[in-house]
Design a protein around this ligand. Structure first.
Ligand code: WT7
Length: 643
């Protein structure tokens, strides 16, 4: 059966930046045929530069440079230029805290806050090239801290507030960061999530950290260490409202963001300034069709790449008004998001399939209570969206009026790679449709040869693009191996995909040992190494199991060392252990104990079989390489220990 198509309405097309498939194709062809002219012209038009480039692009595989020799500043591009282009009094952020407190921050006010905090950082001795860790709740001071770093050329690394002190410590140490910017805590489901205690634990083993700056959000009692810890509001007392933006090289690392890979150690994905900023800015126009009057809401957390690119740098570079919300989507009731969308008259709303599935479960009565007629465009990101969730989103939230942009990209790609342009592509629920200008995807087999149309294969990107990662912080070899060696000269995404007869791309999910839980990336190896650090654990194997809401859920198979263990208690203990080693969002949904794990003759754990067990409770695949079949039968017979 042919897929049902959802073309954009005539009215949407008339108003859109890119109109119809002809509009899309013209852009795509130009970018493909004349990439340097294409990006060079956009860079000139859409960003402000202190010094121009000598040439647009340089490629020493696998290392790329964009806008070579040029100088700019991301904070200047996100704020200062809007003070003279008519957006001075336009709100940059319409912020709402979980308890209901509100702040409207205009571009003028954002400028003041960022300059003041940049002066605070300067006062603490921070300078261009230093690294800062940011570990904060979703308050406006989080983007302020990022932009203040960018203003000085200090490379920031935001650590999501759900990460534990262990994870925080590893990131501080990897970057040898000089400062940690944090808060006493934040609000989540009516409770305080404390942050400063985790910082204290982490920093105790981080000699590089000379200063900890603490923003007061909750007002709870926290210990401050003399000489090292400072209140943001205290340091803010003696600084000026002005701080010139430092011109940095186009390739200067704007930020490093850690993400899970296929080993136990997270990768510090390093992004540039010029190329990154240009492509996030362009996708605001191409994908979100942003117009000056839009009220745009990306409901992600700034701690993940979605928040970096589509709450902070993209929208601000584009001069948008964004809604920013601190807390949980279902607090105090499951209609909190719809209440906020209606109250601020949101016109663009961007969230994850996991959130959408949770809303479906809560029931249609919650969105029905609110006037969502201001919405004109919806977006989805983080994992494949199942067609039924897509249909619900389209009908119940979008009133059958709003196109849905299903955006495929990664922490590494920096900006959206595959997505509909909403005024162009007739949509098919579940397909990301077509590549962005300048992006050349291909679906290939193990040898790197294109697969036949309609067949599943590995998704690769054949040409470097401006917002791509530049390296893995401190590990260029891992960068080259991981991304550029499978198909030499091409970027290996780690995802499987297929292209249908109409050329639509369908991204199917990861092909490596990376799981996707609630749109967040978790590494099999990272979880397994955390588990085997526990004194009771001999061996662990972790797999993803299909889950109705979160897409995948973590199931851990564990064999124990000799000892008198009580499985029930131990399971709970192990879940807490993972929360401590990585973060509470990484806790396995279930733990299964067994006497052995299925292995190949060479001793490799056969995760494929374990995946089959958790998915179907049977094993159908090829088991001839298996060492101990007995182990397998026992595992399949067990039921989940829903600890
Ligand atoms: C992985 C990247 C990029 C923002 C959030 C996640 C999966 C992401 C889609 C989509 C199908 C998607 C892929 C990708 N993914 N968006 N629209 N359709 N899959 O960033 O943590 O770097 O994870 O998320 O598997 O490789 P991330």
């Amino acid at each position: 059966m042919a897929d049902r198509l959802y073309p954009p309405s005539e009215e949407f097309v008339r108003h859109a930046h890119v109109q119809g498939m002809e509009g899309y194709r013209a852009l795509y062809e130009r970018a493909k045929e004349q990439p340097e002219e294409f990006w060079g012209e956009l860079a000139e038009k859409e960003l402000d530069w202190f010094e121009k480039w000598s040439h647009v692009f340089e490629w020493n595989p696998p290392f790329a440079k964009w806008f070579v020799g040029a100088k700019l500043n991301a904070s200047y591009n996100c704020i200062d230029r809007h003070l003279t282009n008519g957006r001075k009094d336009k709100p940059a952020f319409l912020w709402e805290g979980e308890p209901g407190d509100q702040r409207v921050i205009t571009y003028q006010e954002l400028h003041r806050l960022v300059c003041r905090f940049a002066n605070v950082l300067k006062g603490r001795g921070l300078q261009t090239g230093d690294r800062a860790i940011i570990y904060m709740p979703m308050v406006p001071e989080l983007p302020v801290a990022m932009l203040a770093c960018a203003r000085l050329g200090v490379t920031h690394s935001v650590v999501f507030g759900g990460f534990s002190s262990e994870a925080l410590k590893a990131r501080i140490q990897d970057l040898a960061a000089a400062v940690v910017i944090t808060a006493d805590g934040g609000w989540r489901r009516g409770k305080e999530v404390r942050l400063k205690p985790a910082v204290d634990e982490a920093v105790a083993e981080c000699p590089s950290v000379k200063n900890v700056i603490v923003y007061q959000r909750t007002g709870s009692d926290i210990p401050m260490q003399d000489g090292r810890d400072h209140w943001w509001h205290e340091l803010d007392k003696d600084v000026s409202d002005d701080c010139p933006a430092v011109p940095v090289d186009s390739e200067h690392p704007l930020y490093v963001l850690y993400t899970s890979g296929t080993t136990g150690k997270p990768k510090g994905i390093q992004h540039s300034t010029g190329g990154y900023l240009l492509q996030v800015r362009m996708t605001m126009k191409w994908v979100f069709d942003l117009h000056d009057e839009d009220i745009y809401w990306c409901a992600a957390d700034v701690g993940w790449v979605t928040g970096h690119s589509y709450i902070v740098y993209g929208p601000l570079a584009a001069g948008a008004t964004s809604i920013m919300y601190e807390g949980a989507p279902d607090f105090p009731a499951p209609d909190r998001f719809w209440q906020i969308a209606a109250k601020y008259r949101a016109s663009i709303f961007y969230t994850s399939p996991t959130a959408i599935r949770a809303f479906i479960k809560h029931g249609d009565q919650w969105p029905a209570k609110h006037d969502l007629s201001s919405l004109r465009l919806l977006g989805s990101v983080g994992e494949p969206i199942n067609p039924s969730a897509w249909e619900w989103y389209h009908k119940t939230i979008g009133g059958e009026r709003c196109p849905i942009v299903d955006t495929w990209w990664q922490t590494e790609t920096g900006s959206i790679m595959i997505s509909p342009m909403p005024g162009a592509a007739p949509l098919k629920p579940g397909s990301g449709t077509f590549p962005m200008p300048g992006i050349l995807p291909e679906i290939v087999d193990l040898e790197g040869n294109p697969v036949e149309q309609g067949r599943e294969g590995f998704l690769i990107l054949k040409r470097p693009w401006p917002s791509m990662l530049r390296t893995i912080w401190g590990d260029p070899k891992r960068y080259a191996d991981q991304y550029w060696s499978r198909v030499p000269g091409c970027y290996f995404t780690g995802d499987a995909a297929r292209q249908d007869a109409d050329g639509y791309i369908w991204v199917l999910g990861r092909v490596d040992d990376v799981m996707n839980v609630s749109g967040h990336r978790l590494s099999t190896m990272e979880l397994e190494s955390a588990l085997v650090r526990h004194p009771a654990v001999a061996e662990a194997a972790v797999v993803g199991k299909p889950h109705e809401i979160t897409g995948q859920a973590v199931v851990a198979f564990v064999t124990l060392k000799q000892g008198d263990w009580k499985p029930e208690e131990l399971a709970e203990d192990l879940r807490k252990w993972v929360a401590k080693e990585i973060g509470s969002f990484a806790k396995p949904e279930s733990i299964r104990f067994s006497d052995g794990l299925p292995k190949t003759r060479s001793g490799k754990i056969m995760r494929r079989l374990l995946r089959e067990i958790v998915t179907n409770n049977t094993v159908a695949g090829d088991v001839t390489t298996l060492e101990d079949l007995g182990v397998l039968t026992t595992l399949a017979a067990q039921h989940d220990d829903e600890a």
